[in-house]
Each structure stands twice: as structure tokens, then as C-alpha cells.
Design a protein around this ligand. Structure first.
Ligand code: SF4
Length: 396
């Protein structure tokens, strides 16, 4: 069954859909440009406030050249432009990349084409350009509907711009629209999170991703906290997460991964496939891809990335070859994030039967049955995955 039919037929958290997704093929394109660096962000980006607007055309030319150097793969079932801020690029440049992917790999009938859009970049004219380029899905970097939280997160939009963007995406006829939210910043209160959830539900989007704020080393946020600013609180974040899940499920959203919630028919194929251990190729600054048995990653510095392409080389900085055991272990670690869980392979069974696995099962955190291993309490996913990692290593 092709991905378009299966996403329409099965609910987002279906084990059948998760297993099908493991065979889909995807591409990820990293667009590193941002208006400025947000204080919590440690991604591979180009901060355009630091040195004026970067040369988008040169970068996209390099990405297209990199795609042209790739080995056989495809046809592609899903393409995702992430960042960075993909919506800083003109639609014609995005279309050029899609054209290069189509020539190199081919696209499946009805392939999902998604990109992340920041609300301050949206205009309906821009959206029409996205439709002409072939986009079927937009994910809006909303983050919060509380102006004080948006300000603390260093975002450039206000809550009204989020609503305008959702409405604009609908107007131009893009078939799936989602928003991303961040919870647990110390500037957020229980009441303001409640208002953000209500505002998100009122927009009647198709998909919502929710992430707890994490403090990454080397960021402005981590420096502020070291200097005495309040840090995010784990218990508060757990409460905010559970409250979101309760309200979202009452509004018809199905949680299919720790952070991802979709209405029926609107699961993000790219997301689902990568968590189900599907293969994907990735292009652009700092991008890393996964094809069965190998993980490779690109330079994170723009000059090195562009220099390698100019020299006619793949801009690789590291390659990791994975034997069967490590591939199975990766599949287990990723699949534990899915609401559908992961198939009860010998590796998963070994973990379920271990001391740590039995402890999680007895505590009602983990469940083994019907041929699958699943986490019941999603906020415990990292803790379970950590134990799974160590058990697997010891048994090897
Ligand atoms: S817009 Fe996104 S990628 Fe860019 S700096 Fe902010 S958080 Fe990072």
C-alpha cells in the first residue's frame, strides 16, 4: 500500500502504519539561515543578523550539487525542509531543490513535501509560491501564544501572526498545516500555558508538535541560568506536557510520538518514518542521513561545506558503519518514542526481560504484548531509552 493510502486508512498511532513507515524513503534538506539566533538554540545555523543576509542562491546551488553527487535512492515518499528557517528562502530556490531531488531520486505519487515556516515570513503571495513549488504541508514555528514567552524565547512574531499564517496556509490550499509549541520556559505560567493550549485548539490545525524547553550547553540561555536566572523545572514540564496531551486528545488529536500529535489522515510521514527507523538521505549544512547500515554527517561550518562542494566532494565530516546489533539497537531506541511502540525483536525482548525492563513493566511505564514493546508514560522515554542502551551493550 502506498504512503498516501496508508496514512488515510490507519490512525496516526497504528502499529501497522508504523511498520509500513519503516519502508518509506525520505529526504531532509537543512536550510541554516535565521534572522538571528534564539537564546536556547544550538542548531547549525547562519545568524543573518551577524553579517547581513547570506547568499541564499549560492547555498542552494551547493545543495543542488550535493544532491547530484548522491548514490541511488528513492523514489522519495517524503521530503522535509527544516532548519534554521526554511521560510527565509524564496519559493523559487526551494523549487530548485525539489527539482534536483526529482531528477536524482524520483518522487512517489503524492509525495509529502513539507517545510517549516516562521510566522514573520508568511504572506499569502509567499504561500502561493510554495503551492507552485509543490508543497503539501507546512509546519509553523508558533512556539507560544503568550507574548512574554515569545519575547523570552527571542522570537520575532506575535500571537496574531500565528493565526494569520494558519489562515493564509488554508487560503492558498496547502492540505496539512501544523504548529510547533515549546513549553516549560520559566517565563511561562500554568495559566499562560493553558491559554496557549486553548489558542492552539481554536486554530483547528491538523498537527501539533510540542517540545519541552531544554537547556543546551553553550547557548545564551545556559549562560543566563549559570548567572542566576531561573531554570526550567522537570516536574512543571511534566505537568504541562500531560495537560496538553489531555486537551489535545479531547479535540481529536492522536499522539503518535512523544512530541507529535495529528488528526486522522495528517500524520507527518517524514516524522513517522524516521522514528520507525526508515532510511533517509540528508543534504545541507550539518545534515546527517541514515541508510541501512550507515550514518553520515556533513560539515557544520558554512565555509567548509561550500568549499567541499566547490572541490567536487561530498561535504562529509563523519561516517559511522553500523553492524546488525547496532542497527537493531537504533531501531529499538527510536521505536520506543512511538505510541505504536517497536516490534518485539530479539533485541527488544532481551531488554524487556532484563532487570531494568522488568522494573519498568512492573511500574506500568513499559508494556510488552501483541508482538510490540511500548512506553505507556511518554515523559519516561529518555529514562527507558538510557536503560535500554546500557542493557543492550552489556549483553553484547
Ligand atoms: S528560528 Fe529556530 S533554528 Fe533559528 S535560531 Fe531560532 S530556534 Fe534556532
Amino acid at each position: 500500500m502506498d504512503p498516501t493510502d496508508s496514512t488515510a486508512e490507519y490512525p496516526p498511532d497504528s502499529p501497522v502504519l508504523a511498520d509500513l513507515a519503516a519502508s518509506w524513503k525520505s529526504a531532509y534538506i537543512h536550510v541554516p539561515f535565521c534572522a538571528r539566533r534564539c537564546p536556547y538554540c544550538d542548531f547549525a545555523i547562519v545568524d543573518e543578523s551577524a553579517g547581513g543576509a547570506a547568499d541564499h542562491t549560492t547555498y542552494i546551488g551547493a545543495v543542488a550539487a550535493e544532491i547530484g553527487m548522491a548514490a541511488d535512492f528513492g523514489p522519495l515518499d517524503a521530503v522535509n525542509f527544516g532548519g534554521g528557517t526554511p521560510s527565509r528562502l524564496a519559493p523559487e530556490l526551494l523549487e530548485r531543490v525539489i527539482g534536483a531531488l526529482e531528477v536524482q531520486f524520483g518522487l512517489s505519487e503524492g509525495a509529502e513535501m513539507s517545510l517549516e515556516v516562521n510566522p514573520e515570513d508568511w504572506s499569502d503571495e509567499y504561500g502561493r509560491g510554495l503551492v507552485d513549488a509543490g508543497f503539501t504541508r507546512v509546519s509553523i514555528g508558533a512556539q507560544s501564544f503568550d507574548p512574554a514567552v515569545l519575547d523570552a524565547l527571542g522570537r520575532l512574531h506575535d500571537p496574531d501572526a500565528i493565526a494569520r499564517t494558519v489562515s493564509g496556509v488554508r487560503t492558498v490550499g496547502i492540505s496539512s498545516v501544523g504548529i510547533d509549541l515549546i513549553f516549560g520556559h520559566p517565563a511561562e505560567t500554568a495559566a499562560s500555558w493553558e491559554r496557549s493550549i486553548a489558542a492552539a485548539m481554536a486554530l483547528e490545525v491538523d498537527h501539533i508538535s510540542t517540545y519541552s524547553l531544554t537547556v543546551e550547553p553553550g547557548t545564551a540561555l545556559s549562560r543566563e541560568i549559570r548567572a542566576g536566572a531561573p531554570a526550567p523545572d522537570d516536574d512543571v514540564q511534566a505537568d504541562r506536557y500531560h495537560r496538553f496531551c489531555d486537551v489535545a486528545s479531547g479535540h481529536g488529536f492522536v499522539r503518535y510520538e512523544v512530541s507529535n500529535h495529528a488528526r486522522d489522515g495528517h500524520v507527518c510521514r517524514y516524522n513517522l518514518s524516521t522514528w520507525a527507523h526508515g532510511e533517509y538521505v540528508a543534504f545541507g549544512l550539518g545534515a546527517h542521513d541514515h541508510r541501512w547500515g550507515r550514518r553520515e554527517r556533513n560539515h557544520r561550518r558554512l565555509d567548509r561545506y561550500l568549499g567541499a562542494i566547490e572541490a567536487g566532494e561530498r561535504p562529509r565530516v563523519g561516517v559511522e558503519h553500523l553492524d546488525d546489533f547496532h542497527q537493531e539497537r537504533d531501531r529499538l531506541m527510536l521505536g520506543l518514542r512511538l505510541a505504536a511502540g517497536t516490534p518485539l525483536t530479539p533485541t527488544a525482548e532481551r531488554f524487556a526481560a532484563s532487570e531494568a525492563g522488568r522494573r519498568f513493566i512492573q511500574a506500568g511505564i513499559l508494556e510488552a504484548g501483541d508482538g510490540r514493546l511500548r512506553i505507556i508514560e511518554p515523559m519516561m522515554t529518555d529514562a527507558v531509552a538510557r536503560e535500554a542502551l546500557s542493557v543492550s551493550w552489556h549483553d553484547c
